[in-house]
Design a protein around this ligand. Structure first.
Ligand code: NAD
Length: 428
């Protein structure tokens, strides 16, 4: 039997250079010999050219990093540690889609040498690393898991666009297949982050911790979304009610809104899948998903009722799933657009950060690139708090809708402008 590796200065490969993998690989490359591999050769070419289309890493950092990019699978051979950061979305039926994880495991398996450690950072449900990925690694490598090579899991917590909770500052959960592997991985991640390491007792615990973090957030937002629907019917502003309630020390300050993106709106389905696999139908977890997925239609319905006209012209500001990022994955703003168009509105969408081609695929029409003046719209909807929109002034907004139009401030980003004094307004 081969001794479990205690690798002092390991060589590392990160597989999947997206929102999670690129910042991680760059952070690791400060301390270790690190290569980064992506199946998307265009992505690798852009990174070699010092361009990160996710906007997470600036040009200067890309120019200075010691990270070596690779786009040939054969160049993965012989590393001490492989860290897998590929997407884990859901399919049409909201079931976990492990296809990227499967193909990345085949790739790593083919490159594995004895003594290597394979760490997964992709968000999964408990059991995926050991029960789904390990057999693929064994099959592709011809090696035995836990004997010839070892597993680890460390969930990623970064938040796109968040410059405070970065990979070098957050507490990292780490788990290893054996205590020795856990020790090695803690030492590696401990070099990268000043936020400390939480050593989980086993891999399934670390996998479950990530899944419940995001499910909890989804449910908390769903509760506030339902509250905002109730308060709206009662003729009250949800934000004003919450500001009052938040003066109590233990009231949780969540805000109503759309839940999109690659994590919060997806990971609860992974948790639900795990629950169903042991014969338990999760009520709250799936109720949160149902409420949050209905929010776009709810917002559209409220705006439609307020407009009281047959074919209003409406401008929606913001399409990305959250503020100040170009990420359009699973953006629920599309639900507002679809619902308003189905009701008969003529909807235009503007977003300075969104990629025009991806946006066209999602919407079926082009993004508006200019903010026209002369009050061409019956309503403007502030949907995403990009800094660009937060900086708009009363005159910019009234140039869009004039004195008669409706201003819908979904995120409450223009509350400081006291728009209600001059314009017709609505907010959640
Ligand atoms: N984005 C986030 O904020 C965030 C936060 C925490 C955890 N996560 C989790 O991290 C994982 C990665 O998410 P992301 O946002 O970085 O995804 P992403 O889509 O931004 O990046 C994934 C990268 O992996 C590449 N890839 C896909 N299949 C591959 C394969 N077989 N081999 C090599 N490369 C492959 C893609 O080309 C892409 O560049 C997911 O499980 C996600 O749930 C994401």
């Amino acid at each position: 039997m081969i001794a479990e590796p205690t690798i002092a200065e390991p060589t590392i490969s990160v597989i999947g250079l997206g929102y999670v993998g690129l910042p991680l690989a760059i952070a690791l490359a400060k301390y270790f010999d690190t290569t980064g591999y992506d199946i998307d050769q265009g992505r690798v070419a852009q990174l070699r050219d010092h361009h990160d289309r996710t906007n997470e890493i600036d040009k200067t950092t890309l120019a200075r990093t010691a990270l070596k990019y690779i786009d040939r699978a054969e160049d993965l051979t012989g590393r001490d540690i492989y860290i897998v950061t590929v997407p884990t979305p859901v399919d049409e039926q909201s079931a976990p889609d492990l296809s990227a994880l499967t193909s990345a495991s085949e790739l790593v398996g083919a490159a594995l040498g004895t003594g290597a450690i394979v760490v997964y950072e992709s968000t999964v449900y408990p059991g995926v690393t050991e029960d789904h990925c390990a057999p693929i690694l064994e099959q592709a490598s011809g090696l035995r898991c836990g004997v010839d090579f070892f597993l680890g899991y460390s969930p990623e917590r970064i938040n796109p666009g968040d410059r405070e909770h970065t990979i070098d500052r957050i507490t990292k959960i780490v788990a290893g297949q054996t205590p020795e592997i856990a020790k090695t991985l803690s030492a590696v991640y401990g070099r990268v982050t000043s936020g400390g390491i939480h050593l989980a007792p086993n891999i399934k615990t670390a996998e479950a911790a990530k899944a419940i973090e995001n499910a909890q957030r989804d449910i908390n937002i769903a509760f506030i979304n339902e509250i905002s629907m109730i308060l709206g019917r009662l003729g009250l502003s949800a934000l004003e009610v919450m500001e009052a309630a938040e003066t109590k020390w233990n009231f949780l300050p969540f805000r109503p809104g759309l839940v999109g993106g690659h994590c919060i709106g997806v990971d609860p389905y992974y948790l639900a899948h795990a629950a169903e696999s042991v014969g338990l139908h999760p009520e709250i977890v799936l109720a949160g998903r149902k409420i949050n997925d209905a929010m776009g239609d709810h917002i559209a319905g409220r705006i439609w009722d307020l407009l009281e006209m047959p074919a209003p012209r409406i401008l929606l500001l913001g399409l990305t799933f959250k503020e100040n990022v170009p990420d359009l994955r699973n953006s629920r703003i599309v639900d507002i657009v679809t619902s308003l168009r189905d009701r008969g509105a003529e909807v235009s969408v503007h977003d300075p950060l969104a990629d025009q081609d991806i946006a066209r695929d999602m919407l079926g029409f082009d993004l508006t690139t200019e903010l026209e003046s002369g009050a061409p719209y019956d309503a403007v909807i502030g949907a995403v708090q990009h800094d660009f929109y937060r900086a708009l002034e009363v005159s910019d907004i009234s140039a869009l809708v004039g004195g008669e139009g409706l201003v819908c401030d979904i995120k409450g980003m223009w509350r400081h402008l006291n728009l209600a004094e001059k314009l017709k307004t609505w907010q959640l």
